[in-house]
Write a protein that binds this ligand. Sequence first.
Ligand SMILES: *Cc1c(COP(=O)(O)O)cnc(C)c1O
Length: 360
Amino acid sequence: MIPITKPFLPKQEEYEAFLKGIWQRQWLTNMGPLANELEMKLKNHLKLKHLLFVTNGTIALQMAIKALNLKGEIITTPFSFVASTSSIVWEGCEPVFVDIDNESLNIDATKIEAAITKHTTAILATHVYGNPCDVLAIEKIAKKHNLKVIYDGAHAFGVEIYGKSIFEYGDISTCSLHATKLYHSTEGGLVVTKDPDLLKKMAYIRNFGFVGPETFAELGINGKNSEFHAAMGLANLEHIQTIHQKRKELTDSYDEHLNHFKAFKPKWHSEASINYAYYPIVLESEAFLLKCMEDLKSKEIYSRRYFYPSLSMALPYVKNESLDITDDISKRVLCLPLYVDLSKEEIAMICSVLLSSQNH
Ligand SMILES: *Cc1c(COP(=O)(O)O)cnc(C)c1O
């Protein structure tokens, strides 16, 4: 059986090495020493000044919207994981969908201005598959219309653009460190900002709004993460180069085998590094996609329609709305298995199934 993904795991001893200290200190959560160490090491690794380690990528988005005190309408992409839209609704705001670009599959920056109304307060865009949005165009629009920008960087760990971390863009960027993501802490998330005041505010929000044991600064929530999760994050960070290298090799291998396969890959931002988080392909038609999925499944190979359906069509709590490019692409996009334990032989097998689907 070949699953769509497998979480990366360090050697059990590497994780266990952290447990001894946890038992000695008996400090299990609430910004403990391992959580602090992880924040420091991630700041170093990503070359960032400020970040916070939080419960998960969804809480990270909700904290970002709360910290920026957003109200009214937030312009967003329908081609993302549900959390980018649900967080907007959860925070009492209204998502306004803008169609995606048919090459990058990110929000089409040239269509954003037409969606701005007097109720618009922000743009929340996803770096889909880790591929950066047109951050410069979005920054320009946001400045002109006085809007805040949040980037859902759940897929974008480690990506650099114009020589710096992609998380430096926007007022706040978020990341997910969920087990299925490229780099993970079992469950976990990050909020990143360049603004120290905003960081402080989010630090209060993360801890129920406490400033002192008996005093409150903010409306807060429990956005903390535990020492056990931090331990997994620290253990996995030691392997980040290997993870990156292995995923690159696997991606290259897919590219080679699928050279003559009728599908296209999303066009990556020309100024950005690649983190090989996913292997998405856009097929010629939905019918062909379904055939490929079936043929793969008959060999116990599991692919995933990611993202499908379009968020603008699927959610019972937002008004359904058809958007040409998103509707079309979401019906034809398929992610193939990609994880560190995958072998090149398995990739050869996956690709031979796909190529034979094409020829029959
Ligand atoms: C995974 C993901 C999230 C949510 O992150 P969690 O850590 O699972 O809460 C948000 N947005 C996108 C695009 C994701 O892929």
